[in-house]
Ligand binder design. Structure first.
Ligand code: ZN
Ligand code: ZN
Length: 243
């Protein structure tokens, strides 16, 4: 992997064998980050973006090592590119959505039709919103609370973190304190009233995250932040809900 920005795809190196890939055609709030975590034995890819431009064309270097792909949850801007990975993991509560990712199930409908999700047209010749369908991409295995995903010299622990969606998972690397938070917490507006979301569940998830020794949060949207900012964001969200 190597850092680059060609106007369509941006790849950032975050040190420690970590890379973030972003599809720049989407506005940040619906631009699910693709996190790459390199271990000595294999590479973990957390989430796969929209996948409108196939990832093996857009980022061929992503596939130059053995890869296991994990879906933090099954919203359209996190799983579109998952079809390109042979090993696909998801929580059991959202496995049926990966197997049958209809526009309703992956919740692309309001974003594509009611909001201004796209910064520029991602596809040569024009993106046909009405025709866009994700293919079935059933999970090859499921992951649950407490599972360990081994990459050789590093291990990620699966945390079941519902609230944004029922089967949402975060990954936590105990050795470094890195929390791959996806949409459980980020430095922006939380989506907690969409179908499948639960504010009480999200508050409980946040309480769990507060109890972890987090050094750095690598979220599904917006900027990376530290453990102190994690506490501030969670407190601010909680105050807003209890007010
Ligand atoms: Zn998201
Ligand atoms: Zn989401």
């Amino acid at each position: 992997m190597r850092a680059r920005d060609d106007g369509a795809i941006r790849i950032e190196h975050h040190g420690d064998g970590l890379w973030r890939i972003e599809e720049l055609f989407a506005h940040p709030y619906c631009r699910g980050a693709i996190w790459v975590i390199d271990g000595t034995e294999r590479r973990l890819v957390l989430d796969a973006g929209w996948g409108l431009v196939p990832l093996d064309q857009a980022v061929p270097e992503l596939f130059d090592r053995p890869v296991v792909a994990v879906a933090s949850h099954t919203h359209f801007d996190h799983i579109g590119g998952l079809q390109q990975f042979a090993d696909r993991l998801v929580h059991p509560l959202e496995a049926s959505i990966l197997a049958d990712p209809s526009p309703e199930a992956v919740q692309s409908v309001p974003f594509l039709y009611d909001y201004d999700a796209l910064v520029f047209d991602p596809v040569p010749g024009g993106f046909d919103v009405d025709a866009w369908r994700l293919p079935p991409m059933p999970a090859t295995a499921t992951v649950e609370e407490g599972d360990a995903i081994e990459l050789g010299d590093r291990t990620l622990t699966v945390l079941h973190t519902p609230g944004h969606s029922p089967g949402h998972v975060c990954l936590f690397e105990e050795a470094t304190g890195f929390l791959f938070a996806a949409d459980a917490i980020y430095d922006g507006e939380m989506y907690d009233t969409i179908p499948g979301a639960s504010i009480p569940d999200l508050l409980a998830t946040h309480q769990r995250l507060l109890d972890l020794p987090v050094s750095r949060v690598l979220p599904g949207h917006f900027e990376v932040f530290d453990g102190q900012r994690l506490h501030e964001l969670i407190e601010s969200y909680r105050r807003g809900k209890l007010a």
